[in-house]
Design a protein around this ligand. Structure first.
Ligand code: G3P
Length: 215
């Protein structure tokens, strides 16, 4: 499973990338709005910092606008892929952009039929939002299991990117279910690496070593 960072903060991405932990990055308008500077330059820096896919989201809601924005964003770097919302206009944009060789991540997916239509439209990636489903007492991870089953039934190549991840268990479940990608905030990535028993164990090893040297 590929690990993506869900942020537009170049410093956060650089830190994780320096540890070799980041396969790609997802951004969205909410995340871009938290950063200062020219959005195009921010996306260019992110695309330079990681070698994998970097999702850049369109702001238009009509097909023509999404296609025009998608074409423009795709010129920023070869690893920029376009994020379109899972709406009828968005699905039309997926088809048009795909015909031009531009890869699309279809975002804001909340149901199996939505995921099925994203795949049929030719999405490169589909992004189901698990945390936002959990927020309304609907089991987010069940959606991942269901999409995996449906895609495998028909051999769809669309990658399942688990989005709206809020905690390490979401990532573990995503891997168990065979999701292709999990995107997460830097704080979740940090939690995944750390374990209190690792810290306690390391401290004990070093203490034992020092004690043996002193006696
Ligand atoms: O990748 C989509 C993600 O950013 C949404 O996360 O926590 O705002 O639901 P959240």
């Amino acid at each position: 499973m590929q690990i993506f960072l869900d942020t537009a903060n170049v410093d956060e991405i650089s830190r994780a990338a320096a540890m070799g932990l980041v396969d790609g990055v997802t951004t969205n308008p909410s995340l871009m709005a938290k950063e200062t500077g020219d959005p195009r330059e921010i996306l260019a820096s992110i695309a330079e910092t990681v070698s994998g896919d970097v999702s850049a989201e369109v702001l238009s809601t009509d097909t023509a606008g999404m296609v025009a924005e998608g074409r423009e964003l795709a010129t920023i770097a070869p690893n920029i892929i376009i994020k379109c919302p899972l709406t009828p206009d968005g699905l039309r944009a997926v088809r048009e952009l795909k015909e031009e060789g531009i890869r699309v991540n279809v975002t804001l997916c909340f149901s199996v039929p939505q995921a099925l239509f994203a795949a049929k439209a030719g999405a490169y990636i589909v992004s189901p939002f698990v945390g936002r489903l959990d927020d309304i007492s609907a089991p987010g991870m069940q959606l991942i299991a269901d999409i995996r089953e449906v895609y495998d039934n028909y051999g769809f190549a669309t990658q399942i990117l688990v989005a709206s991840i809020r905690n390490p268990l979401h990532v573990v479940e995503a891997a168990r279910l065979g999701a292709d990608i999990a995107t997460m905030p830097a704080k979740v990535l940090d939690l995944l690496i750390r374990h209190p028993l690792t810290d306690i164990g390391l401290e004990r090893f070093l203490k034992d070593w020092e004690a043996a040297r002193v006696t």
